[in-house]
Design a protein around this ligand. Structure first.
Ligand code: COA
Length: 254
């Protein structure tokens, strides 16, 4: 079965991460499938809302670390950047249902969702510094904006996980629900919006986001340049190799 499942019903396109055995870590092929699904949902007038979900135990472990080591994204047209641009510019409402770990892009993609529901087992983290990397997906601007600077600095400079209740407090999450009910609840909310006039949904989102888009695109570009360079540097390569070899990284020489 595919690692990314896409299903459209009742005006909602639901994208499900389906690589559970690898904790829904995302490969280049998965980013390409995600970008295609988001672009198609944007273009299809029968689709009014998008829902992104994992299962009750895991949302996503972020980028596949083997891919980062062996085939890091090299151009602006790499699937990961295509996915980021498609989601950041998606004109209709996006809902996310997050249970279990949401690591790296598993958390940063949530800044580009409109409603986020979390299971009480959700654990969010942006461990870029621990991997010798810097923030991506405009999280260097959106995290301070949403959390306040000091709480964002804690999340981004320590890179430690924070749980669903803390995410609720900083405004990353709308509501915390039992993990087994999370996807159904998010689907219900997505369908509620999908029953409303599309033009009203699109115009409301456009107005709420007005003025922000150019800054986000510019920041994603700047972050992408640094991130792309840092992926190839010794600190990141040591972090990825250590993960693959199931040992602690040794940053003493980098
Ligand atoms: N890339 C590639 N493989 C990954 C992965 C990732 N990001 N995250 C998990 N996996 C794989 C593991 O290598 C393991 O594979 P194996 O069974 O072949 O050994 C499998 O998924 C299960 O992972 P495991 O670490 O045993 O699960 P866990 O429940 O103990 O921990 C996480 C779950 C998500 C907390 C942990 O896997 C993790 O920290 N992953 C890395 C997250 C990360 O740094 N992402 C990049 C952010 S930029």
């Amino acid at each position: 079965m595919s690692d990314i499942l896409v299903h459209t019903e009742a005006g909602v396109t639901t994208i499900t991460f389906n690589r559970i055995e690898k904790k829904n870590s995302i490969t280049a092929a998965m980013y390409a499938a995600l970008a295609d699904a988001v672009e198609q949902a944007a273009a299809d007038n029968a689709v009014r809302t998008l829902l992104i979900q994992g299962d009750a135990t895991i949302f996503s472990a972020g980028n596949d670390l083997g891919d980062f080591l062996n085939a890091p994204p090299s151009t602006e047209n790499s699937p990961v950047f295509r996915f980021m641009r498609a989601l950041a510019g998606f004109p209709k409402p996006v809902v996310a249902a997050v249970c279990g770990p949401a690591v790296g892009i598993g958390t940063t993609m949530l800044f580009h969702c409109d409603l986020v529901y979390a299971g009480d087992n959700a654990a969010f983290s942006m461990p870029f510094v621990n991997l010798g990397l810097c923030p991506e997906f405009a999280s260097s601007v959106l995290a301070p904006q949403m959390f306040g600077y000091h709480r964002a600095a804690e999340a981004l400079l320590l890179g430690e996980p924070f749980m669903a209740e803390a995410a609720l407090e900083v405004g990353l999450v709308n509501r915390v629900v039992p993990p087994t009910e999370c996807n159904d609840f998010a689907q219900k909310q997505a369908r509620k919006m999908a029953a409303k006039p599309l033009s009203a949904l699109v115009e409301t989102k456009r107005l709420m986001k007005k003025g922000q888009q150019a800054q986000l695109v510019e920041r994603m570009g700047e972050e992408g340049q640094s991130f792309g360079r840092m992926l190839r540097e010794p600190a990141a390569r040591e972090a990825f190799t250590a993960f693959m070899e199931k040992r602690k990284p040794d940053f003493s020489k980098v």
